[in-house]
Design a protein around this ligand. Structure first.
Ligand code: ADP
Ligand code: MG
Length: 254
């Protein structure tokens, strides 16, 4: 069963009092959170509340001014992004980043292209084919990425992350502006990976009802801080979350 604390895996990512300032802007202030193996943590909050900056901090794209980020107990807060990725933190971007002149299949290998042994390459080739099929792009395997739609490029980016067998995946607005079919694929593969592979997901989205359905747990940010955290329905019904973000209770909520 989902959404039962006792069925959650162990914490894989532990974030304590992480802060980030850009000049006069305190983008993230004292954010603490845990991410457990096999769970989907949905993150909501108004524009400018620090969601993307938090993903940038957890993925090594930014260094926190202070605080600690531990992956399986190991401090990663001040390591460069490629090292954090190599340790098992994958991420996708609000605007998908693919190598537009490479084929879908070639895009899968990019992260390790220069250092993989023959055995690793073979295993990765198998996983690449598997993931291209899982996201429904099998017929486009040898097509150049810039011939794909924006949504299909999001699927390429997601598959590329999953081929690396990450421990944690951070996704910034994966459903924004994509075709419902693409959304369904992402949704199904996020849930399947969490449940079957034990991957931990942090998913930022403004599509709140869909995110409630996807997530085991919710966190709402406001003004760079964690405002409320808990069961998705409870977070959405919280007066502070309604005031800071939702504006009104979700339709259909009890
Ligand atoms: P969200 O993703 O929740 O919309 P962001 O994390 O993008 O919010 O932004 C949080 C705050 O930090 C905003 O005020 C934004 O303008 C500021 N900010 C984010 N990134 C930078 C940056 N690279 N340089 C300066 N300010 C930034
Ligand atoms: Mg953002």
């Amino acid at each position: 069963m989902r959404r039962r604390a006792e069925s959650r895996g162990a914490p894989v990512l532990t974030v304590e009092n992480v802060s980030k300032r850009f000049g006069g802007v305190q983008a993230v202030r004292d954010v603490s959170l845990d991410l457990h193996g096999g769970e989907v943590l949905g993150v909501i909050g108004p524009n400018g509340s620090g969601k993307t900056t938090t993903i940038n901090l957890l993925s090594g794209a930014h260094r926190p001014g202070k605080g600690s980020i531990r992956l399986l107990g190991r401090e990663i807060a001040r390591r460069p992004a490629h090292a954090v990725a190599g340790l098992g933190v994958g991420r996708t971007f609000q605007n998908p980043r693919v190598f537009s002149s490479l084929t879908v299949l070639q895009n899968m290998y990019v992260p390790v292209a220069h250092r993989a042994s023959a055995t690793v390459r073979k295993q990765m080739a198998e996983r690449a084919i598997e993931w291209i099929d899982l996201v429904g792009l099998g017929d486009l395997t040898h097509r150049v990425a810039n011939e794909l739609s924006g949504g299909q490029q999001k699927l390429v980016e997601f598959a590329r992350v999953m081929v690396q067998q990450p421990i944690v995946v951070l996704m910034d607005e994966p459903f924004a502006g994509v075709h419902p079919l693409v959304k369904d694929v992402l949704y199904a593969q996020i849930r399947r990976s969490a449940e079957d592979l034990g991957t931990a997901f942090l998913v930022v989205s403004h599509e709140v009802p869909d995110l409630v359905a996807l997530s085991d747990r919710f966190l709402c940010m406001a003004q760079g801080e964690v405002l409320v955290e808990g069961e998705p329905e409870d977070v959405c019904a919280h007066p502070s979350v309604i005031e800071a973000y939702l504006g009104a209770p979700l339709k259909g909520a009890a």
